[in-house]
Design a protein. Structure first.
Length: 382
C-alpha cells in the first residue's frame, strides 16, 4: 500500500456495517480492521497511518513523485429502503434528480447513465422517475425484502444533492442514499432521511470522496526523499523524476490494485436490514423473503468463514441451533411443473428463485436458492 506525503482524513461521518463513524474511530479495536481495505484508507489515510513523514534531510530543490489525493465524484447513486419501511409494501417515486450544488439548485445532471432498480409494476417502468415530469411514477416493487432505484454512470459525476419526490400513498417512510465508485462493485450507505409522502425532499450528499492518484502530480514538491534521486537540477523541473521514491513502511505491503480483488472483504449486505437483526435470529430462515440472516449479515452473525461456500451433504445445519435443511429441493419451471434438483444441477438463472420444500406445496415457502448454493451462484460477488 502506498504512503501519502500530504494527506488529511475526510471530515464528517460515514457508515461501516450499519454504524455511523468518523475517521478517528478507525483507531479503536472495534474498527481497526477497516484500515486493511482500500476504500477506508482512501477516506482516512491519516488515521490508518499511511501518511509518510520525512526521515532524512531534503535534497536541494529535488522534485519527487507524491501521491496527493484528488477529489472525485460518485460512479452511482441510488435510494434504498426495506419492505418494512414502506407505507403499503409498494414504493412510488414521481421524480428523482441529481445536482452538482448542495441545495439542488441550478441545472440537473442529465440522466444519461444506466438505471438500476429492484423491480416495477408493468405500468410504471423506472424511466418515469427520470423523465422530468411530476405526474408520472416509477411503480417500485421489492426484490426480496428490498427496494432501490438509482443510476450508475460510466464516468464519475460530481453529485452533491439528490432531489426526491415520493408518491402520496405508496411512499417510503425511511430512505437511505447509497453511493458507489467507479471500479468498485459495491454500494455504501451515505445518509438516511425520513420519507415524506408527496413532498419534494432535497438531500445533500456533498461529502467529498478521496482517491489517491496513480500518476505523479504535475507540479514539483519539496518533500524530502529517503533516498537521493537522480542528479538535482538548479531549478525544479515541471515533471517528476524518472523513478518514484519509496516511503519507509513498518512492514512491507503490496501496492493496491485499482480493480477489486478476487477475494471480497467480509461485510454485511447493504441490501438487507442487518441493523435491526437480533443475533439470536441469525440462524432462522425468514419465511417472508426466503433469506437466511447468517449469510446476509456475516459480520453481525460472526459467519464470515461460511459466506461464500456451497453447503455439502444431503442436509445442512445452520449455526448452533440444529436447524437442518435439505440440500435437494423443488423448483417451478412452469405453471404446472416442478423439478427435483440440487446445487450441482441448477443454472445461473435459477439462483434467485424461491425453492419448494415439497412437490405438493402450492406456495414457495423455502429458501432462495443462492442462500444455499452460494459458491455456485456467485453470492459473494453480487
Amino acid at each position: 500500500m502506498d504512503k501519502y506525503y500530504s494527506c488529511e482524513d475526510t471530515p464528517g461521518e460515514f457508515i461501516i456495517n450499519d454504524t455511523t463513524v468518523i475517521c478517528a474511530d478507525l483507531l479503536t479495536n472495534n474498527f481497526h480492521w477497516a484500515c486493511k481495505h482500500r476504500h477506508y484508507t482512501d477516506l482516512c489515510p491519516s488515521s490508518c497511518g499511511i501518511c509518510g513523514s520525512p526521515t532524512v534531510s531534503p535534497t536541494t530543490n529535488s522534485p519527487t513523485r507524491t501521491a496527493a489525493p484528488t477529489i472525485g465524484g460518485y460512479g452511482g447513486v441510488r435510494l434504498w429502503t426495506s419492505f418494512s419501511k414502506t407505507q403499503t409494501g409498494m414504493w412510488d417515486v414521481k421524480d428523482l434528480s441529481f445536482y452538482t450544488t448542495r441545495d439542488c439548485s441550478g441545472s440537473k445532471i442529465p440522466p444519461q447513465g444506466t438505471i438500476t432498480e429492484s423491480g416495477h409494476h408493468p405500468c410504471c417502468p423506472p424511466e418515469r422517475a427520470f423523465d422530468n415530469s411530476d405526474s408520472t411514477i416509477w411503480g417500485g416493487r421489492s426484490s426480496g425484502d428490498n427496494f432501490w432505484i438509482g443510476m450508475e454512470f460510466s464516468i464519475s459525476q460530481p453529485i452533491k444533492c439528490v432531489s426526491l419526490l415520493d408518491g402520496t400513498v405508496n411512499y417510503a417512510k425511511l430512505v437511505t442514499v447509497q453511493v458507489s465508485f467507479i471500479g468498485r462493485n459495491s454500494w455504501t450507505n451515505l445518509v438516511e432521511v425520513d420519507g415524506i409522502a408527496g413532498v419534494r425532499q432535497n438531500i445533500s450528499v456533498a461529502k467529498d470522496t478521496i482517491s489517491p492518484t496513480e500518476s505523479p502530480t504535475s507540479d514539483p514538491t519539496k518533500s524530502p526523499t529517503p533516498e537521493s534521486t537522480e542528479e538535482p537540477t538548479n531549478q525544479p523541473t515541471m515533471s517528476p523524476t524518472s523513478g518514484p521514491t519509496q516511503s519507509p513502511t513498518q512492514l512491507p505491503t503490496s501496492r493496491p490494485t485499482s480493480d477489486p480483488t478476487s477475494s471480497p472483504e467480509c461485510t454485511n449486505r447493504v441490501d438487507y436490514n442487518c441493523a435491526d437483526l437480533m443475533k439470536r435470529d441469525c440462524d432462522k430462515l425468514v419465511a417472508k423473503t426466503g433469506r437466511i440472516p447468517r449469510f446476509m449479515c456475516p459480520v453481525k452473525c460472526d459467519s464470515c468463514d461460511d459466506e461464500c461456500k456451497n453447503e455439502k451433504g444431503k442436509t445442512f445445519k445452520i449455526g448452533d441451533r440444529n436447524r437442518r435443511y435439505k440440500l435437494t429441493f423443488y423448483l417451478k419451471v412452469n405453471s404446472k411443473k416442478k423439478i427435483y434438483t440440487s446445487c450441482q444441477k441448477i443454472t445461473a438463472k435459477q439462483c434467485n428463485k424461491r425453492a419448494f420444500k415439497k412437490k405438493k406445496n402450492k406456495k414457495s415457502n423455502y429458501f432462495v436458492v443462492d442462500q444455499v448454493c452460494r459458491k455456485k451462484c456467485g453470492f459473494c460477488e453480487k
